[in-house]
Design a protein around this ligand. Sequence first.
Ligand code: ADP
Ligand code: MG
Ligand code: MG
Length: 252
Amino acid sequence: MSTLEIRDLHVTVDEADGSVKEILRGVDLTIASGEVHAVMGPNGSGKSTLAYSIAGHPKYTVTGGTVTLDGEDVLAMSVDERARAGLFLAMQYPVEVPGVTVSNFLRTAKTAIDGEAPKLRTWVKDVKQAMDDLKMDSSFAERNVNEHFSGGEKKRHEILQMELLKPKFAVLDETDSGLDVDALKIVSEGVNRSLAQANPGVLLITHYTRILRYIKPQFVHVFVNGKVAEQGGPELADSLEETGYDRFLTHA
Ligand code: ADP
Ligand code: MG
Ligand code: MG
């Protein structure tokens, strides 16, 4: 049983004109193994900034607060150390990796995280199974990472990583965006399989409630203006479906 704890997190970003803008203004969130937390909120409320800050993206400067994984200081870790500690951040490798196939990338990541190479026979079987489950053609394994991937292929590749790397915590930023209903179901089922098999804590960032029909959160946090404005159970997502974010914005 692990705990990812975010306490009073403040984050700024350097704007193109040289000014500094505070985006996260004191975020508190605690996620335990096996829990799904949905972070919902209007565009520009800072949801992706939260994800990037946990990932250690250099553009985002933490000016206050803490992020700990079982008491270990995540903010002091390099991006690689965060992955080895068991954090999976779906946007961690969003760029094209020329000349590196999906297959090589997955094996390299698995080896780096576990500290030893996976046993080849079981690994090949696991990769094939996970790809079949996600309805990915086997030729996908020989494509270069993110090169000419469609939106849907990027999302499936993210969930493929999550299933194979078995992190303690996964941060999924708008995994639902740009997916049609069939793809959304396939991707959601992948997350649910990961939950059943490896019991990670999941931070599911989303603007829309539709993915929550497939992945059931126990906790819902409404993010407005760089902090959690309200939290509750799944019923909070249902009420957002009806009222939208207006009632939060008028008081922001
Ligand atoms: P969300 O994911 O909720 O839509 P973001 O975290 O992407 O929100 O953005 C929150 C605010 O921070 C926005 O006003 C956005 O313009 C600003 N912002 C985020 N990242 C950067 C960046 N790299 N440079 C400048 N401004 C940024
Ligand atoms: Mg504060
Ligand atoms: Mg975003």
